[in-house]
Design a protein around this ligand. Structure first.
Ligand code: C2O
Ligand code: CU
Length: 503
């Protein structure tokens, strides 16, 4: 189990790892990871500048409670789709405001959130393979922030580098080329040291790349292709989010922003694209023994559908599944259950509908990558040796330093990375996310990949002591990109490194 302690101090707060059996110290104002604001569009500035929290900004929060929720009394909300403000023959332009909003999550209570566009889930941005997207984000928060499109193959200037921030009142346009296959991506805050809090308070949204090359597969589409965002939260009695402390203590699971909703479905096939936006959580979902057919993962479709009894995926990862409700007795219900939280979402089969969609036996072959020319070892660990109440997250022994390049990667090259969770002795779980690329898992602990490793991945789960070997080709762009543990509290204390892609 993972034990984490709080560091108080507003937006600079970051939770920290502690060894098993220790008690979390609380240290006021000791933000471990300084943030260097650089202004909209600015390059990373040198030097560390502590981020000050504007007075009056402190987020209220009383002691945490376990809210009484009557299961299955509210419908699962569906994410809105964002409409372009302008379109040309090659690109669509969107505008979105990052802003505070009071959102009803628990019945009858308002939760102050930091949102994209005012709702719990940032709206769905629907892109198309081969057609560019421009999204202009205006920052109406009182704090600097930025946006990373998780899973995108994008040039470094548009990747949401953790030191390149949008100041309050500023805006920044990110341009996404969408030269990648169909997939559910997601956008979220990525300001170094503060992104756990920004994402926790609501800066998470859907981005779907639709791929014309997949249209002929005839998978469920339109109203039968439903994005779902899963995460956790901890509340006080007034409905405020409680941030800090041990993320494992977050006792409410949210499905599209509601605890234990229901979803009325027709007796036919649905596609559900599910993203785990919790800052630190592994979900293990099952459907009362009924069949869940996984068709895709982080980077897009699997080569062939796989029937799953359980979906296991950690912070940042996606699963793309088809559930056929014609197999459920008409008029009855079936409950999606998590191994930790229990019942999450009830599907009520209330309508009949024709269904011409299919799950073909072959979906999309995985690209065969060239032979690797470089092999690297990447060890993720927690370093308690530096003293003080906050340990340091390290990769190959070093905490993140934006002034240091940890790896130089030749553009176009194919590499093997042996990524290990070196915290086995503490029992800490991690995962690992690489920007820019989708990788393929070659092996786990010297054996075959685990079922959840299949397909194109950008984030992979690392239970204590595990070693995964992944293979990636670094095509397309030059510049600096980070890789990190996507348990965001871990990235914030340094469990992040950066590579520079060069010619
Ligand atoms: Cu979803 Cu570097 O992150
Ligand atoms: Cu971690």
């Amino acid at each position: 189990m993972l034990a984490l302690g709080a560091v108080a101090g507003g937006a600079g707060a970051a939770a920290v790892l502690l060894p098993k059996g220790t008690t979390a110290p609380v240290t006021a104002g000791a933000a471990p990871a300084p943030v260097t604001p650089t202004g909209a569009g600015g390059a990373a500035a040198a030097g560390h500048v502590g981020h000050s929290v504007p007075s009056g900004f402190a987020v209220p929060g009383g002691p945490a409670i376990r809210p009484a929720v009557t299961p299955f009394t509210v419908p699962m909300p569906l994410a809105k789709e964002l409409r372009p403000v302008a379109s040309t023959s090659t690109a669509d332009r969107y505008e979105l405001t990052v802003k505070p909003a009071d959102v009803e999550i628990l019945p009858g209570l308002k939760t102050p959130m930091w949102t994209y566009g005012g709702s719990f889930m940032g709206p769905v941005i629907r892109a198309r393979t081969g057609r560019a997207t421009e999204v202009s984000f205006r920052n109406d928060l009182a704090l600097a922030t930025n946006v990373h499109l998780h899973g995108a193959h994008v040039d470094a200037a548009n990747d949401g580098y953790p030191m390149e921030l949008i100041e309050p009142g500023g805006s920044r346009t990110y341009r996404y080329p969408n030269k990648q296959q169909g997939a559910l991506l997601w956008y979220h805050a990525h300001s170094h040291g503060t992104d756990p809090e920004h994402v926790y308070r609501g800066q998470h949204g859907f981005y779907i790349v639709d791929d014309p090359a997949e249209a002929g597969l005839n998978l469920p589409c339109g109203a039968f292709d439903v994005p779902i965002m899963l995460r956790d939260a901890l509340f006080d009695a007034a409905g405020n989010f409680v941030f800090g402390g041990n993320p494992a203590d977050r006792n409410v699971a949210l499905v599209n922003g509601k605890p234990q909703p229901y979803f009325q479905v027709a007796a036919r096939k649905y596609r559900f694209r599910i993203v785990n936006t919790a800052t630190e959580r592994v979900f293990r979902l099952s459907l009362a023994g009924a069949k869940i057919t996984q068709i895709g993962t982080d980077g897009g479709l699997l080569p062939a559908p796989v029937d799953k009894a359980e979906l296991k995926f950690s912070s940042g990862e996606r699963v793309d599944v088809v559930i056929d409700f014609s197999q459920v007795k008409f008029g009855s219900s079936i409950v999606l259950t998590d191994a930790t939280f229990g019942p999450m979402l009830r599907f009520d089969v209330v309508r009949r509908a024709t269904d011409t969609s299919k799950v073909p036996a072959r979906l999309r072959p995985l690209e065969v990558l060239p032979a690797a020319t470089v092999t690297r070892d990447v060890a993720i660990a927690t370093d308690f040796s530096q003293g003080g109440p906050i340990p340091v997250g390290v990769i190959n022994g070093k905490p993140f330093d934006h002034n240091r390049i940890d790896m130089t990667v030749k553009r176009g090259s194919t590499e093997l990375w042996n990524i290990s969770n070196a915290d086995g002795a503490y029992g800490f779980t991690h995962n690992f996310h690489i920007h820019l690329v989708q990788f393929q898992v070659i092996s786990r602990n010297g054996g075959p990949p685990a079922p959840e490793d299949a397909g194109l991945k950008d984030t992979v789960l690392l239970p204590p002591g595990d070693v995964v070997q992944v293979k990636a080709q670094f095509t397309g762009y030059l510049g600096k990109y980070v890789y990190h543990c996507h348990f965001l509290e871990h990235g914030a204390i340094g469990m992040m490194g950066q590579m520079e892609i060069v010619d």
